[in-house]
Ligand binder design. Structure first.
Ligand SMILES: [Zn+2]
Ligand SMILES: [Zn+2]
Length: 257
């Protein structure tokens, strides 16, 4: 039984626990190691049971404790070559024995979990999301997405469970306090996914059989869990799929400080 559990999600820090029958791994470690260890213990997991940290991209909300957790607990770190280059100065030295360089689009194993990175449009060196396969089930982590495309949708479809970005409400972003260039970056093709774009994707995913959708990476300033949830529910149910009966829909806890 493979499951997806976001421990932290949002611009203040991200970490997702992915578990199979025999293995557990983290996607990103973007808050302090102490917070991650506490969150893991709340999920009845110890940091020593983590077989790998898989990095999506080098932004600080995804890598804060990648290096320290790896060094202290001897956890292998997986990232593609460009992400390694881009994050090295910020994560510090990771011993060669714990460094794993992955190729986007090529499967690799972490314990009994088969993983595969796929490209996402975002303003980082070589950003990715991840598909995981274990026990015949596909689960996906897909955040920090500037825009949805058919190619990207193909990577998401077929997932039994997904953590999907629903970053901002367009009205809150437009009326909010951010400077104009930052507003443009967030809503641009290499920024983040809006509630509406996310809801459209949720509806398509639910229509083709996704059973559990977790909305994540919500902005603290430009979104609320209620807004993200309500529009996703509306779009899903417009397709004749009922939330709570046919598909589970929830919002990952934000880490707004
Ligand atoms: Zn992020
Ligand atoms: Zn990012």
């Amino acid at each position: 039984m493979q499951t997806l559990q976001p421990l932290f999600s949002g611009s203040s820090g991200n970490a997702v626990l992915v578990e199979s029958k025999e293995s557990a791994l983290l996607v990103d470690a973007g808050v302090s190691g102490r917070k991650i260890i506490t969150a893991l213990s709340e999920n009845r997991k110890s940091i020593s049971s983590i077989s790998g940290i898989l990095v999506t991209h080098e932004h600080s909300d995804h890598i804060q404790s990648v290096g320290s957790l790896s060094r202290k607990f001897h956890i292998p770190v997986y990232a593609n070559e460009k992400t390694w280059e881009a994050m090295l100065t910020n994560v510090g030295e990771v011993p060669p024995s714990l460094r794993r360089t992955i190729s986007t689009g090529r499967n690799f194993s972490v314990g009994d979990i088969e993983a595969c990175a796929f490209s996402i449009p975002h303003d980082a060196a070589d950003p990715v999301g991840y598909n995981f396969m274990a026990c015949g089930k596909k689960v996906t982590v897909a955040t920090d997405i500037g825009q949805m495309s058919e190619k990207l949708f193909l990577s998401l479809s077929g997932s039994a469970e997904i953590l999907l970005e629903s970053n901002y409400d367009i009205v809150m972003l437009q009326k909010g306090p951010y400077p104009v260039p930052l507003k443009r970056r967030i809503s641009g093709p290499f920024g983040h996914l809006s509630n509406r774009e996310s809801a459209l994707t949720c509806a398509r995913l639910a229509s083709v059989g996704t059973k559990r959708i977790i909305l994540g990476h919500l902005s603290c300033e430009n979104n609320t869990p209620r807004l993200a949830y309500d529009i996703a529910k509306l779009y899903i149910e417009e397709c004749g799929v009922l939330v709570d009966r046919d598909v589970s829909l929830s919002v990952a806890p934000r880490s707004c400080i």
